[in-house]
Design a protein around this ligand. Structure first.
Ligand code: GDP
Length: 294
């Protein structure tokens, strides 16, 4: 199980420490809560979210009249599953996915993986290279489109991203594509430009793709932990985000960031990246995730 394997480091930090602590504890007291809070923060759950978890836990312990420290673990699991929630989606086609995120977070790789997933489910997929800022990014996306064996619409470096999206939508309609995945910009350092660019793309999608469903997903690198949450906050100020693609969950000790993102931003995680290969993207499931974490 790739998820379980990938979360080894986070689990070592969270679950193992928690287990040790609970085995030694005799009563549920303030010291225990403090220690627990520290363990949560160390797993990159974030201070704000960790405090909220502790509060919920205290309430539950009181309500259910729990006395034995060993029962804290199942309580905690329940609380986390509830906090994580589930990405709600009716799978209607055709749909257009706008993928945003800064360089290096795993945007290109994730697009390739999503294309591959939809394609292997029997859908017709098209990729649009609308992050036109760097030629290398367009080339790299083409490598992934070849890997997934799906078509790509691209223009030259520096061309208008909205024009790429416009062309891709025409091609998608002509070819009866089910899923159009657009790689869009992610230069956060110029928020005004980014906002304009995304607004223009959104207008084109709404006008040219009015019969389809639009979904905007932000790619966040799990290894950046709480910085990733800050990044997502900034993007949220620029555009509407439906869901998060959290990459590189394999091998990081910061897997707790999933909980923080949902709690602080109110944006559910839709996909998680658990490796560099084309099959290494999974739909996020709160229960599975929490089970793998403990
Ligand atoms: P972009 O600049 O955002 O398009 O990032 P890329 O898609 O090029 O990915 C940057 C690096 O992260 C590459 O070396 C990828 O192989 C790696 N990467 C992306 N997703 C994952 C993942 O889920 N797990 C791991 N381990 N590496 C990943």
């Amino acid at each position: 199980n790739k998820l379980k394997e990938g979360l080894t480091k986070t689990r070592d930090g969270l679950s193992s420490k928690l287990g040790e602590m609970l085995n030694l504890a005799v009563t549920i007291d303030e010291d225990l809560y403090e220690e627990l809070e520290e363990i949560l923060i160390t797993a990159d759950i974030g201070v704000e979210t960790s405090l909220k978890i502790i509060d919920k836990l205290k309430e539950k312990i009181k309500e259910e009249k729990i006395k034995d420290p060993i029962q804290i673990k199942p309580c905690l699991k329940e609380i986390l599953i509830e906090m994580l929630g589930q990405y709600e989606e009716e799978t209607t086609f055709p749909k257009v996915m706008l993928i945003i995120g800064v360089n290096g977070v795993g945007k290109t790789t994730s697009i390739g993986k999503i294309a591959n997933n939809f394609k292997s489910e029997g859908n017709k997929v098209l990729i649009a290279a609308a992050d036109t800022f760097r030629a290398a990014a367009i080339d790299q996306l083409e490598v992934w489109s070849n890997r997934a064996a799906v078509d790509i619409v691209k223009h030259q470096e520096g061309s208008d991203p909205a024009a790429v999206v416009f062309d891709a939508i025409q091609a998608a309609k002509a070819r009866k594509v089910d899923v159009l995945i657009c790689d869009t910009a992610g230069r956060l350092h110029n928020k005004k430009n980014l906002m304009n660019e995304l607004e223009k793309i959104n207008r084109i999608v709404e006008k040219e793709f009015s019969n389809g469903k639009k979904e905007t997903l932000l790619v966040v690198d799990a290894t950046t932990g709480q910085n990733g949450v800050q990044q997502a906050k900034l993007f949220k100020e620029v555009c509407n985000i439906d869901g998060i693609i959290l990459t590189k969950l394999d091998g990081t000790a910061k897997g707790g960031v999933v909980i923080s993102i949902k709690d602080v931003l109110g944006i559910p995680v839709k996909y998680i990246g658990v490796g560099e290969g084309i099959d290494d993207l999974q739909e996020f499931n709160a229960k599975e995730f929490v089970e793998a974490l403990f």
